[in-house]
Write a protein that binds this ligand. Structure first.
Ligand code: AMP
Length: 351
């Protein structure tokens, strides 16, 4: 067990790290952020900050020397330099990162566990893309295997003709058939050192331009009917990875059941509602899990909860958001409200 007062290392300096650090502080832990960008909103609320490249082995080793355990808030952290952190534990285990970093590896892994992803094919050339579209059909989405997030690194392809006009990047890609879904939802669980698994209620998620816009609890009855199967798959993923911490799987709800979209080996935007809407938040339970503490209750703390992201200049509306007492406003302290940038979120409870 890692006792309160010790230091938790967090790889990545964004808002997820900020909210993990705030939950850690409540339990008496100190946090040390490691990130390559100097303007870290996580570092602003943490005890220590190392601003260094992911591949700076000396900086990584010195950082580890100050930590009792290391976790991550960003799934594109390169795995190889994490060897420098040993013997300090990295949780969840970096094998979860390795799996989730590559869309192809992730889909194969989940398929082997009995999950159903959208039909997919690896694409490394124009000929591969043509063959993939002939087999899977169009429309579909071409995605970079690595480094994509919030809809970045994705191209909608309407037809074989459209595909021939695409100037393929030189990175490995995956082509996915377009899923006809009636809703999207996520399963967020936390697994402790002892294998204890807790689930939060599944939120129904609405995306705009590939970015999460809104999460609503409870999900509709049609979605709730699919949550059992989706949770069973998420538990298999967690067990296969001997996972410790919060794990998220995103699904499309379709007429033929839940279709796996992607997994995130970390706390997730569609779980921000748990700060006020659940007895224990995803951030607190993640800290509890990686420190070997007993997990907290994940039950709902309200009848209905809605979380809305504040993207770009939407955050400028904060005075009127604050004026409504049902709203809980979270601003991440980012200086520049660029289009598509997550600046904050607001959670609304119906008690
Ligand atoms: P992703 O980054 O892969 O989660 O994609 C972001 C969003 O794009 C998803 O949440 C969906 O709204 C949409 N999307 C991605 N892949 C597909 C697909 N194969 N079929 C339909 N919609 C998709």
């Amino acid at each position: 067990m890692i006792a309160p007062g010790e230091t938790i290392g967090i790889l990545g300096g964004g808002q997820l790290g900020r909210m993990i650090a705030m939950a850690a502080a409540q339990l008496g832990y100190r946090c040390h952020i490691y990130a390559p960008e100097a303007d870290s909103v996580a570092a602003e609320v943490s005890a220590a900050f190392t601003c260094a490249d992911w591949h700076d082995r000396e900086a990584m080793a010195a950082f580890a020397g100050n930590c009792a355990v290391v976790t991550y808030e960003f799934e594109n952290v390169p795995v190889e330099p994490l060897g420098m952190i040993s013997p300090v534990p990295v949780l969840p285990h970096p094998r979860a990162l390795e799996t989730a970093q590559d869309r192809l590896a992730e889909k194969l892994f989940v398929s082997e566990l009995g999950g159903t992803p959208a039909p997919f094919a690896a694409v490394d050339s124009d000929a591969d893309l043509k063959a993939a579209i002939e087999r899977i059909g169009a429309p579909g989405i071409l995605k970079t295997r690595r480094d994509g997030y919030d809809g970045k690194g994705q191209w909608r392809i309407g037809s074989l003709d459209e595909a021939s006009a695409v100037d393929l990047p030189s990175t490995p890609l995956v082509y996915e058939g377009f899923v006809s879904f009636f809703a999207e939802f996520s399963v967020i669980l936390c697994r402790g050192h002892d294998g204890d698994i807790r689930y939060w209620d599944s939120a129904e998620n609405v995306h705009q331009d590939g970015i999460l816009s809104r999460s609503t609890i409870p999900a509709s009855a049609a979605v709730l009917a699919q949550v059992g199967d989706a949770r069973a798959l998420a538990a298999k993923v967690a067990e296969a990875l001997d996972y410790v911490g919060v794990l998220t799987l995103e699904f499309f709800a379709t007429e033929s059941g839940p279709v796996f979209n992607e997994m995130a080996p970390r706390v997730h935007n569609s779980g921000h509602w748990t700060i006020e809407g659940a007895v224990t938040s995803q951030f607190e339970n993640h800290v509890r899990a990686i420190c070997g503490l007993p997990l907290g209750d994940t039950a709902l703390a309200a009848r209905e909860v809605e979380m809305r992201n504040l993207i770009g200049d939407q955050a400028h509306g904060w005075p009127s958001i604050l004026a409504d007492p049902a709203n809980h406003l979270h601003l991440y302290g980012k200086a520049e409200a660029r289009p598509g940038r997550k600046m904050g979120h607001v959670t609304r409870l119906v008690l």
